[in-house]
Design a protein around this ligand. Structure first.
Ligand SMILES: C[S@@+](CC[C@H](N)C(=O)[O-])C[C@H]1O[C@@H](n2cnc3c(N)ncnc32)[C@H](O)[C@@H]1O
Length: 266
């Protein structure tokens, strides 16, 4: 972080002052830290450990908002490395979460974005998940064929943390964002993986295409190859609370399609 204020530019601005107070860590953060330093490294997958810190920061922000209802949802599970992190934010094993992947139906995996393996995922849930997978519904499905009621039938409480990491074409991303926006909790968060991967530009194209429709889901933060989005009515609240997490620092705000987006320091 620089001491000298840099004038705000059309493309964003640097933050010149540290947040005045940070959010104290709780039991959930202890579990996430233990998973980051343990099981996370033993499960095959592509995530950087920094993505775990981003989840910790988002969990702290939701905790500060007293947002404890709602489970996790992920589209694109592979072996569950990130899903298990998201389900670790869920404190109560009676809160339902949902894991969606093509799994054995790989003929529908048209862009080859990893091959989900249900039996490996189940074994990882049993071994590493905070709740041993007891609150998890596993849905083998092509996400582009799902409707919001397909999801809400399985998880009657709307998820408060959703990760999109299934098919990586622009069409998959637009479809998965539309589906996720229809089921996410009123102040929930949606993370889009591979937002800045040169090998998966469909993800960036899909996000921009979606944002050009002026949706009510706005991007709020970016870091560790994930774009975080939230409902517009809580955008400013999340911006402030994510900055105060004290776990990841966000020295800059950038602009994407006209929205202010916090940039994590790597
Ligand atoms: C990059 S991997 C997911 C990685 C995972 N999030 C992790 O933490 O390691 C992509 C996954 O998306 C699944 N997938 C691809 N297309 C899909 C689709 N249309 N619907 C649901 N899942 C899909 C693949 O089977 C694969 O397991």
């Amino acid at each position: 972080m620089t001491e000298t204020p840099i004038p705000s530019r059309a493309t964003g601005s640097w933050h010149t002052a540290a947040p005045s107070s940070t959010i104290p860590p709780g039991e959930t953060d202890e579990w996430l830290l233990a998973y980051r330093d343990g099981g996370y490294g033993e499960i095959q997958g592509w995530l950087s450990p920094g993505a775990m810190d981003l989840v910790r920061a988002l969990a702290a922000a939701q905790g500060a908002m007293q947002m404890t209802d709602g489970g996790a949802m992920e589209i694109g599970i592979f072996h569950g490395r990130f899903f298990i992190a998201l389900n670790g934010v869920v404190r109560d094993a009676t809160t339902p979460s949902i894991a969606i992947d093509l799994f054995a139906d790989q003929a529908l995996n048209i862009d080859g974005s990893g091959q989900g393996d249900e039996s490996t995922f189940r074994a990882n849930l049993a071994r590493y998940d905070r709740h041993g997978g007891r609150n998890v519904t596993i849905l083998q499905a092509d996400s582009t064929a799902l409707t919001p009621s397909d999801i809400l039938r399985q998880v009657p409480i709307r998820p408060r943390l959703i990760s999109i990491d299934g098919g990586h074409t622009a069409e998959h991303v637009v479809s998965d964002l539309t589906l996720s926006a229809a089921v996410v909790a009123p102040a929930g968060l949606i993370l889009v993986d591979d937002i800045l991967s040169a090998g998966w530009l469909g993800v960036f194209e899909g996000v921009v295409t979606y944002l050009m429709r002026r949706p009510t889901l706005w991007p709020v933060a970016v870091g560790y190859n994930k774009l975080v989005m939230c409902p517009m009515s809580v955008h400013e609240a999340y911006r402030s609370l994510i900055m105060r997490s004290g776990i990841v620092s966000f020295p800059k705000t950038t602009r994407l399609c006209g929205y202010d987006v916090l940039v994590a320091a790597h």
